[in-house]
Design a binder for this molecule. Structure first.
Ligand code: ADP
Length: 450
């Protein structure tokens, strides 16, 4: 540990490690402080993938997409409340972010689709597995290879400043050893506040008692520390409730299961929603059911295409039936109801028309390959769309819209990009795109002030 670094990065999730790699590439000497026992944050738990448009992998696979379409669909998903300048920067820099990851040995060339999107642009690891573990282990390896120091059990309590400029942090190591570390610039990449029940209750009393999919370190520290320096926030009450969370283990069942063909049924075995609608709409439909309870139903084809299911299976969340009737019996649904729902659904897939709910995507394959599977799900707190306000250079802004010198932020700690509803696959894209920008801009700031 040194007393001083060019750049201190608070938080060792996807945004923090990405920023560190870019800062290092710009000739800086950065350090990462992570308060938990290991790096990864919520990034480690992300499943769907990384959205990006006009990528080389889409082109190779004949997927026609455009940055404008990505922009429009994200804006529509966010109910026209997204910060459009941020969104424009985001879509225009998404393909280069995929290339940059590839150049770092992190290849996302298996492409799927998530709710609210009309094109396949959700990039996953080659084997179709969950993106989080692959991304985090790749970034950790790169950070090590670059010799960037990453301290765990390093809980940052305060960002220090002099003459209005951020110039270091106070950090507590192993719960007791407090040190003040100085820096030419500070990047805040502390993630969201989805595990902070007090803050959730303060902004959204209606969500009291909901399970959370967040790792315990997602407590919004960065927001509090930035507010203490005069930084401002946006959309703090915009909290995403994910529709498909296993309630017993608070474990998120990724959208990929629906994207690859899964359907949702109620306790009568009937479909009740377009499963590929945006997260807020699917959540609203589940919330209306008895006990907010639903079943995600899929077949062996979906299971082989959505590798994330292996993990759900290992955790004991997946129930199996050799026939639809056997599955229905296992989970206590009426067999006739489930059977007729699947027959109707398979006919809809064949006709490429879902007369009941207007679903248009995740219909490449029907559900006819035994065995059949079910996971019981309900809604859970997943993501905090609000956070500190930044500009496209990732500078942290005060209430008058001026940048606080030397202070940068990226990732879930920031607000504005997603508006009132985040599209699945956009948070991984956000941490890479804006994490990179934070590393580059903080390095420029440090060099200009040397
Ligand atoms: P993002 O996706 O934006 O990178 P993550 O949740 O993946 O967000 O990562 C944020 C990381 O920051 C987590 O690993 C979290 O434990 C860490 N963190 C949060 N607060 C602090 C803090 N006060 N000091 C150090 N690390 C922190």
């Amino acid at each position: 540990l040194q007393e001083s670094y060019d750049i201190v990065i608070i938080g060792g999730g996807g945004a923090g490690m990405t920023a560190a790699l870019e800062a290092k590439a710009a000739g800086m000497n950065p350090v990462i402080f992570e308060k938990m026992e290991a790096a990864g944050g919520n990034t480690l738990k992300s499943s769907s993938g990384m959205n990006a448009s006009e990528t080389k992998f889409q082109k190779e696979q004949g997927i026609e997409d455009s940055n404008d379409l990505f922009f429009d669909e994200t804006l529509k998903g966010g109910h026209d409340t997204n910060n459009q300048e941020m969104l424009r920067y985001f879509v225009d820099n998404s393909a280069s972010a995929i290339d940059w990851l590839d150049s770092q040995g992190i290849t996302l060339d298996n492409i799927t689709i998530t709710g609210g999107m009309k094109e396949k642009r959700t990039h996953r690891p080659t084997d179709g597995s969950a993106v989080g573990q692959y991304l985090v282990s790749g970034l950790v390896a790169d950070v090590q290879e670059q010799g960037i120091p990453l301290f765990v059990n390093a809980d940052v309590k305060e960002i220090t400043q002099e003459n209005g400029q951020a110039n270091g942090v106070k950090v507590v190591f192993d719960g007791s050893d407090e040190k003040t570390i100085s820096a030419g610039a500070v990047i805040v990449a502390t993630g969201g506040f989805g595990a902070n029940q007090e803050l959730i209750k303060q902004y959204r009393p209606d969500l009291e008692g909901y399970v959370t999919t967040n790792q315990p370190g997602s407590t919004g520290d960065g927001i509090t520390m930035i507010e203490a320096l005069g930084g401002t926030t946006v959309d703090m009450d915009q909290i995403q409730v994910h529709p498909t969370v296993n309630q017993e283990k608070s474990y998120l069942i990724g959208e990929v299961v629906r994207g690859e063909g899964g359907i949702l049924v109620d306790k009568e075995g009937n479909r009740f929603v377009n499963e590929m609608d945006t997260r807020d709409n699917v959540t609203a439909a589940i919330t209306k059911l008895d006990n907010r309870e639903s079943y995600l139903i899929f077949d062996s084809g979906v299971k082989s295409r959505a590798k994330a299911i292996e993990q759900y299976d290992k955790m004991g969340l997946v129930q199996t039936g050799e026939t639809i009737e056997a599955l229905a019996e296992q989970i206590g649904l009426p067999a006739d109801g489930l059977k007729s729902t699947l027959d109707t659904w398979n006919a809809s897939v064949a006709a490429k028309k879902d007369a009941a709910f207007g679903r248009e995507t995740g219909m490449d394959n029907d559900l006819s390959g035994a065995p059949y599977y079910a996971v019981k799900i309900g809604p859970g707190i997943h993501y905090t769309m609000g956070g500190v306000k930044i500009n496209t250079e990732t500078e942290v802004l005060n209430a008058s819209g001026e940048a606080i010198p030397g202070l940068y932020a990226a990732g879930e700690v920031t607000g504005g990009l997603h508006g009132q509803n985040r599209i699945g696959g956009n948070s991984v894209a956000e941490i890479v795109i804006f994490g990179r920008e934070a590393g580059v801009k903080a390095a420029e700031f440090v060099k200009a002030n040397q």
